[in-house]
Design a binder for this molecule. Structure first.
Ligand SMILES: [Zn+2]
Length: 372
């Protein structure tokens, strides 16, 4: 059961959500209304938070295991390695040891976790429990950076059948291969079909699920990875779905952001109300924005400055250091709440010039980009 010394923990990852400073300096867009709304709810904002990598898989693996990833393991593809490090991560193991129920909300991008109590997918009939031993795994394995518009259209649809609809596309466009028995065994529960990776309804259903989880009596640790404001843009300011586009105008981007901010606030309010102030909420992007890039390759100045805000249970306080990079965010939070003495890591930033083609060919750009 959750209780004051074992608060529910929500790790909400708004994919590609940049800092207010980035919005202001790069887009002349003032996002401070959202930040103020979080501050009114007693969130601590980390205005200079940075991700250590500019790519989701590297970044989440580092964040959830509180260590850097400089090389892969032999006998397994680099991307499979990062995916499995995310799926079976140190933060979740520490919390499982402390009696937590671990829930992973499937984003369409990450793999189901073999150590989670539940992996939840989303489809037209609601949440679907994904059993790591049945079904298919291809919809989790679509990687962005390789898509074209036709593929994106496919990903926005509800899958029409259960015959690995993404697989041919997937294997044509990436060199990722199934390498571990673990991965070969991962399966979706039969009889239900998940929303596409970028489906607007996946975003909304994930937030609804977070609100349901807040009602559960167990002490839960939930990871919710949401592919917003990462492209493609799919909403207008009122939440109507619009023609998906990877390269929206600044105006369209801001319109969608105002809608998703409103949705995030609604969900955070539901969590706070249900937990009576006794939750730990980590609202932290995995890397900064892809907006304004006409090339999926790396552009260093835009990739590290992330949005990060934390809500701590009553009685706990954060002293944010500067510089502050997300390799240390769980170290900071778990040390504060559980007093477990995790060791802080040095703050380093790594460029990955060829992205997911070679995720371990990294260039240390700490001196150039770290916000000291
Ligand atoms: Zn990402």
């Amino acid at each position: 059961m959750d209780r004051p010394d074992r608060p529910d923990i929500y790790y909400i990852i708004p994919d590609g959500y940049p800092s207010d400073e980035w919005h202001l300096t790069k887009m002349n867009f003032d996002n401070s209304e959202f930040t103020q709304a979080l501050q009114e709810r007693e969130f601590t904002i980390a205005p200079h938070a940075q991700s250590n990598y500019g790519f989701t898989l590297n970044s989440l693996a580092a964040n959830l295991n509180m260590r850097y990833y400089a090389s892969s393991r032999s006998g397994i593809s680099d991307l499979d390695y990062l995916q499995t490090e995310i799926a079976d991560n140190k933060v979740a193991r520490l919390l499982l040891e402390r009696g937590y129920t671990y829930l992973q909300l499937m984003s369409g991008f990450l793999l189901p976790s073999p150590i989670a109590d539940e992996n939840l997918e989303f489809g037209v009939n609601g949440a679907i429990s994904v059993l790591p031993t049945e079904g298919q795994l291809s919809s989790q394995r679509v990687l962005w950076g390789y898509e074209n518009e036709a593929q994106v259209q496919n990903m926005l649809k509800v899958d029409e059948n259960m015959q690995m609809p993404f697989a041919p596309l997937y294997f044509e466009t990436t060199q990722l291969r199934i390498a571990l028995p673990l991965l070969e065994d991962l399966r979706l529960a039969s009889g239900n079909t998940p929303f596409g990776l970028y489906a607007p309804r996946r975003f909304l259903a994930t937030l609804e699920e977070l609100e349901r989880i807040a009602q559960r009596p167990e002490a839960t640790f939930t990871i919710a990875h949401l592919i917003k404001p990462h492209g493609p843009l799919t909403f207008d300011a009122k939440g109507n779905t619009v023609e998906p586009t990877w390269y929206p105008s600044a105006q369209a981007y801001e319109a969608e952001l105002s809608f998703i901010n409103e949705m995030f606030l609604n969900t955070l309010d539901s969590i706070l109300a249900a937990s009576d102030g006794q939750a730990l909420i980590i609202f932290q992007a995995d890397h900064a924005t892809t907006w304004g890039r006409n090339n999926p390759k790396y552009e260093p100045p835009t990739q590290f400055d992330i949005y990060a805000a934390y809500f701590l249970p009553d009685g706990f306080d954060l002293e944010l250091p500067q510089p502050f990079t997300m390799i240390n965010s769980f170290t900071m939070l778990l040390n504060e709440v559980f007093d477990i003495g995790l060791e802080w890591q040095p703050d380093r930033l790594y460029a990955i010039p060829d992205g997911y083609d070679t995720p371990f060919e990294q260039v240390d750009v700490t001196e150039e980009f770290l916000q000291r």
